[in-house]
Design a protein around this ligand. Structure first.
Ligand code: GLC
Length: 440
């Protein structure tokens, strides 16, 4: 009996792992990528109102919202230029809204009439040429796809206060919607074989109603290594904190902060509250030091041009990431707070501690608690060697001395200076509370 049970468990486990391979190897590109560019582009850029939410929340009537389709021209859309800029920023992947909650697809979907090629004067599939450029540039392709679709006649939720029907009262109608989602996901998989699927809108239904495991299975038929974000009711590979920068390391092994440059995802001409390029570099470093990625959003205008403020941010990121590449891509989360007034990260084997600081230190930059011997210290980007001194290292005490690093003004970076502290082996930290001296 026991044997039969074990073999049943083993075969169930085998079947399970066949459809859900253990994550690991295929997450490597993702965890090394560090920076991705998110693109929210759709009809909402015409009037510059919030994507989908503006009608759902009743700020504008649905018909007024949808009337934007008639003025979406994309007349200056140049996907080559978009992708060159994304590549220049140092991003290793990009995620574009193939369909937001409003249901308007950027590609020529056969599953619905609601698409840019069919409903707008742009009159063409705007997704395929973008994907082509992404592939040519060697970037990883991510597709954002909203599971929910507030425009679809068989989707139950309609506005914040009204619903069309309830799933349990009309399962056949819900099934029609599920078939529609599957049809679109199959089209996207077949046509573009994305490296990453960025789901959104999962919160309105359960994993069971979405058929979440079957969705993952479908995606993996086309790309067994596909990376999927967490917004599919727990079936994804990584967490997606949004806008708010975490202050402690998130529990998810892999995570990505999705983040706006101003206060909007899509283009909104009234929103001029842009963060500065230096602030964005800082947020990228903040994510890196906590072991995550930054998925930074741009919102192109309806004509396809990218606002100047966004271009400047991408360019400054490009300058900074290319100069500091060794401290951006192949690194992992740094040491806990309290050891140094700087963001930190470590190289793979933990023997190089990177320190990132967006200021000019007054006097020296001081690090405490490092038990290792220091082999060398240099500025990342120029390899200028720096001098340092260890203070109060007592031979009889396990408490390490203070490491004081000279940082001359001429080595400072305009946004964020990075220095590499090379240790005699994997970092060992002293995390105690010190000791009373009993003999001297
Ligand atoms: C939110 C919103 C949406 C936005 C997305 C990006 O969940 O529904 O408008 O596209 O986050 O992270």
């Amino acid at each position: 009996m026991k044997k039969i049970l074990i073999s049943i468990i083993a075969s169930v486990a085998a079947a399970f792992s066949a459809s859900f391979p253990v994550r690991g190897q295929d997450m490597e590109w993702f965890s090394e990528a560090k920076l991705g560019i998110f693109i929210h582009w759709g009809i909402y850029a015409v009037d510059g109102i919030s994507e989908s939410w503006s009608f759902y929340n009743g700020y504008v009537p649905y018909d007024t919202y949808m009337a934007q389709t008639k003025r979406f021209l994309a007349e200056n859309y140049d996907p080559h230029q978009w992708v060159s800029l994304i590549k220049e920023s140092g991003a290793r992947y990009t995620v574009i809204t193939s369909k937001h909650h409003d249901g308007v697809a950027l590609w020529n979907t056969a599953a619905s009439k609601l698409s840019v090629p069919r409903q707008t004067p742009a009159g063409r599939d705007v997704l395929t040429p973008f994907v082509h450029e992404v592939r040519m540039a060697g970037l990883k392709l991510g597709l954002y796809y909203s599971l929910l679709d507030w425009s679809h006649p068989d989707y139950p939720n309609w506005t914040r206060t009204t619903t069309r029907y309830s799933i349990k009262d009309d399962p056949a109608r819900w099934q029609r919607f599920v078939d529609f989602d599957f049809a679109q996901l199959r089209e996207l998989s077949e046509a573009y074989r994305p490296d990453l699927l960025w789901f959104d809108g999962d919160w309105e239904q359960t994993a069971e109603d979405w058929h979440a495991p079957e969705i993952i299975k479908l995606l993996r038929e086309y790309n067994p290594d596909i990376v999927v974000n967490s917004r599919i009711q727990g079936y994804g590979d990584y967490g997606t904190p949004e806008i708010g920068v975490p202050t402690t390391r998130p529990a998810d092994r892999y995570w990505e902060l999705c983040y706006t440059m101003n206060d909007s995802w899509g283009f909104q001409h009234k929103d001029t509250n842009f963060k500065t390029p230096e602030m964005i570099v800082r947020t990228l470093v903040d994510c890196i030091s906590l072991g995550g990625n930054l998925l930074l959003d741009i919102g192109p205008r309806a004509d396809g041009t990218i606002p100047e403020e966004e271009v400047s941010i991408l360019k400054e990121l490009g300058r900074w990431t290319s100069k500091h590449a060794e401290a951006v891509y192949p690194v992992r989360a740094g040491i806990p707070g309290g050891f140094v007034n700087a963001y930190t990260a470590l190289n793979k084997d933990g023997s190089v501690l990177y320190l990132y600081f967006p200021y000019k230190p007054i006097g020296t930059l001081e690090v405490k608690g490092i038990t290792n011997a220091v082999k060398s210290i240099r500025v990342v980007g120029s390899d200028t060697p720096l001098t340092w001194k260890i203070y109060n290292k007592l031979s009889w005490s396990e408490v390490p001395g203070l490491l004081d690093i000279e940082v001359p003004e001429e080595v400072l970076d305009p946004s964020m200076t990075v220095i590499a502290v090379e240790l005699d082996g994997p970092i060992r930290l002293y995390q105690g509370a010190g000791k009373v001296i009993t003999s001297n």
